[in-house]
Design a protein around this ligand. Structure first.
Ligand SMILES: Cc1cc2nc3c(=O)[nH]c(=O)nc-3n(C[C@H](O)[C@H](O)[C@H](O)COP(=O)(O)OP(=O)(O)OC[C@H]3O[C@@H](n4cnc5c(N)ncnc54)[C@H](O)[C@@H]3O)c2cc1C
Length: 334
């Protein structure tokens, strides 16, 4: 296909040779953007023994895959990955470059953007083609949604978290072109990944949990936070949080839900002592039944949930835990 504009790029990510879900979601959305721009979707995939996995990328909507397939690329290497992507981008001139808001993407995207002297919007919650075929990169800010554009520099770069876009319907019959990449020579990396040690996951994973209990600044202290974690435990729920709870050191960053955290879609979401700021709420748009516990009857969160409880969480949560325990015991004895 002769491109009218440059291609839409997705930098795919693999861990242990498994393509990440967010990469497939980005390819699905890139397909829509590319169709609007009458151009192609190109994917860069770096790893080792990744030949077979390119089929998934084509099935998701890629037209062309640039494949770096070397033992040296098996795990993310910041300098080498950046060098390969930047060199190729200078040659192929992509119009748009999309990267997952993963640990790798959060580092790789700014490294590449700086080298390409272009703009980057982090943690977008939507991407649409606007006037003059410019990419509108939508993020929550200033109490609403704003659109960031990069009209003069290319590529227009954005990172997007897992779950923002749906997984596309995979078409196993789609085929495409694979272009092998060479390993860069004469590069002396400042940073080298030597080994990846995986943290053992404790409790229910947030993204796939059917019940999520999320706590916010209203927890007030580490002791208050413990009550929220106890509520999550008794409900066999995953523990989520807002940014202030992370900043206070009550919980780990990996529990943060929202624009710069995780996207969740539980059957039941219970928000405790949080105000319902958009940056948090964009992370729970997929939740079905939503409950909030807040001591301020005017808190905006109460207008956004199905069930609002106006009470002090320090007093209400321990009572709720007792009631749940009593209920569970009754269920066992019945
Ligand atoms: C670029 C950017 C990205 C961001 N990304 C994220 C993100 O991914 N996730 C995220 O969460 N935030 C994010 N934020 C921060 C976000 O804007 C809000 O500041 C944050 O979500 C507010 O957290 P909160 O609701 O816990 O705190 P607050 O807004 O301070 O609300 C605390 C609430 O607790 C209630 N409360 C107080 N005491 C009690 C009590 N004893 N009992 C019951 N209720 C009580 C109060 O009435 C209040 O409603 C981001 C901000 C920016 C600028």
């Amino acid at each position: 296909m002769e491109n009218r504009s440059g291609p839409v790029w997705v930098i795919a990510e693999q861990i242990d040779c498994q393509i990440l879900m967010v990469s497939l979601q980005l390819i699905g959305h890139a397909r829509k953007l590319a169709d609007k721009l009458d151009t192609s979707v190109e994917v860069v995939l770096l790893g080792d023994k990744m030949g077979e996995q390119t089929r998934q990328l084509f099935a998701a909507g890629a037209d062309r895959v640039y494949l770096g397939n070397f033992l040296e690329l098996a795990v993310y290497q910041p300098d080498v990955y950046t060098e390969m992507i930047v060199k190729l981008a200078k040659k192929r001139q992509p119009e748009i470059m999309l990267i997952g808001s993963t640990s790798m993407g959060r580092e790789l995207a700014p490294l590449a953007a700086a080298r390409l002297k272009t703009g980057l919007t982090a943690h977008c919650i939507d991407l649409v083609i606007g006037e003059n075929n410019i990419l509108e990169q939508i993020i929550p800010a200033y109490g609403g949604l704003i659109s960031i554009v990069c009209p003069r520099r290319r590529p227009q770069m954005a990172t997007v978290a897992k779950g923002v876009f749906p997984v596309p319907k995979l078409d196993e019959n789609r085929e495409g072109e694979i272009i092998p990449l060479d390993l860069p020579i004469n590069i002396s990396p400042c940073i080298r990944t030597l080994e990846i040690v995986r943290e053992e996951s404790k409790g229910v994973p947030l993204e796939s949990a059917s019940t999520v209990v999320a706590g916010g600044a209203g927890a007030g202290s580490q002791d208050g936070w413990r009550k929220i974690t106890d509520l999550a435990k008794v409900l066999n729920a995953a523990l989520g949080s807002t940014r202030p709870a992370v900043d206070e050191g009550w919980t780990e960053l990996k529990t943060m839900i929202g624009q710069s955290g995780k996207m969740v879609s539980p059957e039941l979401y219970i928000g405790v002592g949080l105000s319902g700021e958009l940056q948090h709420m964009v992370g729970i748009v997929g939740a079905h039944v939503m409950v909030a516990i807040n001591n301020d009857p005017k808190s905006p969160v109460l207008d956004q949930v199905g069930y609002g409880i106006v009470d002090d969480c320090q007093e209400f949560v321990p009572l709720l835990i007792e009631k749940i325990k009593e209920y569970k015991e009754k269920q066992i004895t019945c």
